[in-house]
Design a protein around this ligand. Structure first.
Ligand code: ADP
Length: 268
């Protein structure tokens, strides 16, 4: 349904992005405005998570069921029986980002368990995409492990090395090279044992993730500007590290963790 059709029919549209780590939902009113958004941990049963999200999104609104459409995306999408359609994250991110940022040429999405790069065509269609869901050291999972080691919240990591994401110690002795997050954590332990200050270790963490995700950007032949989405896009230090490593303009998308859900709602 187009935005104009939705407005004419007085339709409300729900988009659910049932991710591996976090589940996000938005509801659009008939005029296409975001009326509410919700985020909950994904848990083990995507069907229940989807129902809980939908309930929260419609809670304060008096929406007749025949005026409500829902689309699900993300890992758990096929379990969301309440959604009439299931659409891949690639399509939903492309739709959401292009809606929010008409100039977007490419997308870098980093979530809790995977990372994706998408190259968009002039009309916003997906020209190419690449995904890494094998190596958790290039995803939010590594940030979570690193945060725990330093007794920090994942949202606190960025501020530590924001002024100088790359730092001076960019030599091989300060590289984290493991692709497996378990071994990458062992490398962090090794850095601590050698007396490397936390700020340098955290710079190495950001650089390691940046080094991995720029391979995806290269693989799809990404062009500028690249919009950064996913929960990890809230980490400004990582945005700077990726921009520096790729030598490209990388911008944080608006509401970066919700772009997939917004795209899904627009496609409902
Ligand atoms: P998924 O769709 O795979 O579940 P999301 O795109 O929702 O993933 O992102 C979840 C990831 O974002 C988690 O690894 C989480 O630690 C990370 N994250 C959440 N908030 C922040 C933040 N403020 N800074 C950096 N990372 C964050």
């Amino acid at each position: 349904m187009t935005d104009a059709d939705a407005a004419a029919a007085g339709r409300y549209r729900i988009g659910l992005d049932l991710g591996s780590t976090a589940s996000k939902g938005v509801i659009l009113g008939p005029d296409g405005a975001v009326l509410a958004r919700e985020i909950v941990p994904s848990g083990h049963t995507p069907a229940e998570t989807a129902a809980r999200l939908a309930e929260r999104l419609t809670g304060g609104l008096d929406v007749p069921p025949d005026r409500l459409g829902a689309v699900a995306t993300g890992y758990g999408r096929n379990m969301a029986s309440l959604a009439q359609k299931k659409i891949t994250e690639i399509t939903c991110h492309a739709k959401g980002v292009r809606h929010l940022h008409p100039d977007a040429a490419s997308i870098l999405d980093i979530g809790g368990q995977d990372a994706k790069a998408i190259r968009l065509g002039p009309d916003g269609g997906v020209m190419d995409f690449a995904m890494n869901d094998r190596c958790a050291a290039g995803t939010g999972r590594f940030l979570e492990v690193a945060a725990r080691r330093f007794d920090l919240g994942v949202e606190e990591l960025s501020a530590f090395c924001l002024d100088d994401p790359v730092g001076d110690g960019d030599g091989p002795e300060l590289e984290i090279s493991s692709t497996c997050v378990v071994f990458a954590e062992s490398e962090l332990v090794g850095l601590a044992a050698r007396g490397v200050p936390p700020i340098d270790a955290l710079r190495a963490v950001h650089r390691a993730i940046a080094r991995r995700v720029i391979l995806l950007l290269k693989q799809v032949g990404a062009t500028e500007p690249v919009y950064f989405t996913g929960g990890v896009a809230q980490n400004e230090t990582l945005r700077r590290a990726v921009a520096a490593a790729a030598g490209m303009e990388v911008r944080t998308a608006a509401s970066p963790q919700f772009t997939g859900a917004i795209g899904a709602a627009l496609l409902a």
